[in-house]
Design a protein around this ligand. Structure first.
Ligand SMILES: [Zn+2]
Length: 470
């Protein structure tokens, strides 16, 4: 042993060999550590954490009760001045939501631009006659001129229905569907408007959902035609946590499409050949929400459902997907179908109707915290890296990724993440300097990669999977 050591000391070539061995062991240990540990939890931003504590279940309760007080919010119901003055029908609901956004704006020194997106839907489908529809929204413009072009958005639908979709006079309280989602949008606006973010946040409430997603379709088409860069749309629809005994209040479902609705034929061919069925922008957003949940622990776990929506059901996130935007749907774990799309009544001791007494306001508050944390994290993060590529010109077992700098100059470093092709969430992470190229000693044929941008405080962008480069 001693003589062997002496030998190493006296032979420079042997010394370099042992150094190489040490380096190899160190590298191997590091690789194994990366491979075996769960991904490190992203750091918490104290400003965001404090804001989440201000989300109030009693505020949410007051919002939902106020929405129910308009008796019906059917998209086809009254919106004339007399009905608005009398406080019934969808017009009165619209005016009240607008006044709420204006109140929040007043409290933040005019930081919100409150707007209506009004259009006339012509007869067809579940629209019996030409109907004026208004989406109500508040824009909190980003504080950084370059980042302000990036938009993250939260939405819920403020229209409601009862057993008959064309009924405009009987009560349609819509406390859960979708007073709850409307309350999430409003509460996120109230709390987040007290902070400043580099990127823009839009707080949206739409109408026409029950008639056929008319409001969200119009809004998403307007966004697309005006070239808005919507990075994420969070749709909350039925997040009331209905108080049925089988409810699980520890989870909220997050639905996301796999194969992108708006994918071109060429994109779909590539997805088929390379196994990209679970890597749409919406799926990356769903994974991002799971990551945010681990950081801020709002008391509720997102249950990622890798499916566009429930069977036979649709929602406003689809309107955004159709325009090529990343969008997901939040919905309570277990819906009680006696408490949605039903006339308020009692039959053989069973209560029907979407009433506030079935809503769990603490649950809605937890969902609102998860939404607010996601919006705030994305609006704080640098833009995702652009043009992420994976070199495929040579046959090799290492993987070289390249990308364009995240625009806006707020990046501190990048992270390459990867996972087994059979795994739902990212499993491995390699942090890399502020560069635009790196090689990972893992075969691209065996895993799925993505790259994300990180700022100096640890805010992460959405992950972007690479396209093959020759
Ligand atoms: Zn709904």
């Amino acid at each position: 042993m001693g003589s062997a050591l002496r030998t190493f000391h006296f032979h420079p070539r042997a010394t370099s060999r042992i150094l190489l061995a040490v380096a190899a062991i160190a590298w191997l240990t590091m690789t194994i550590a990366v491979a075996q540990d769960a991904l490190p939890v992203s750091p918490s931003d104290p400003q965001i954490a404090t804001a989440l504590q201000r989300i109030s279940s009693s505020r949410i309760q007051a919002t939902i009760e106020r929405l129910v007080s308009f008796q019906t919010r059917s998209t086809l119901s009254a919106a004339d001045p007399a009905a608005i003055a009398g406080g019934h029908g969808i017009g009165a609901a619209r005016e009240w939501i607008k006044s709420e956004f204006e109140r929040y704006s007043h409290d933040c020194g005019g930081c919100l631009e409150v707007k209506l997106d009004t259009f006339t839907e012509l007869p067809g489908g579940r629209i019996p006659k030409a109907t004026e529809i208004s989406n109500v929204y508040a824009v909190m413009k980003g504080a950084d001129p370059e980042s302000a072009k990036r938009i993250v958005l939260v939405t819920g639908h403020y229209d409601s229905r009862n057993s008959d979709n064309a009924d405009i006079s009987n009560p349609a309280p819509g406390a859960n569907d979708d007073g709850s989602g409307t309350a999430v949008s409003l509460e996120c606006a109230r709390v987040l408007s007290q902070l400043k973010f580099p990127a823009t946040i839009i707080f949206l409430t739409v109408a026409g959902e029950e008639q056929g997603l008319n409001g969200s379709r119009h809004f998403a088409q307007m966004a697309k035609s005006q070239g808005w860069d919507i990075e994420a749309a969070l749709n909350n629809d039925i997040v009331g946590g209905d108080r049925s005994p089988q409810q699980d209040t520890s989870v909220v479902r997050v639905f996301s499409e796999g194969v992108p609705t708006a994918g071109t034929d060429a994109e779909l061919r590539q997805i088929r050949s390379l196994g990209g069925e679970s890597d749409s922008p919406s799926r990356q957003l769903a994974r991002y929400i799971a990551d945010v949940d681990r950081t801020y622990a709002p008391g509720i776990k997102p249950m990622l459902i890798f499916r566009l929506d429930r069977y036979l059901r649709g929602g406003d996130h689809t309107s955004f997907n159709e325009q090529g935007y990343a969008a997901v749907r939040f919905t309570e774990f277990r819906e009680d179908f006696n408490h949605q799309h039903q006339n308020v009544r009692s039959e053989n001791g069973v209560e029907f109707g979407d009433l506030p007494k079935f809503v769990n306001f603490d649950y809605v508050a937890m969902v609102a915290r998860l939404n607010a944390a996601t919006l705030a994290s994305l609006a704080s993060a640098p833009a995702p890296p652009a043009k992420v590529g994976l070199l495929t010109a040579k046959l090799e077992n290492d993987s070289t990724l390249t990308w364009d700098q995240s625009p806006g100059g707020r990046v501190a470093n990048y992270e390459v993440v990867w996972r087994a092709t059979t795994s739902p969430e990212w499993e491995h992470l390699q942090s890399v300097e502020n560069t635009t190229r790196t090689t990972i000693p893992v075969s691209k044929d065996n895993v799925i990669f993505a790259v994300r941008a990180v700022d100096a405080q640890g805010h992460r962008s959405l992950a972007v999977p690479p396209l093959p480069e020759r």
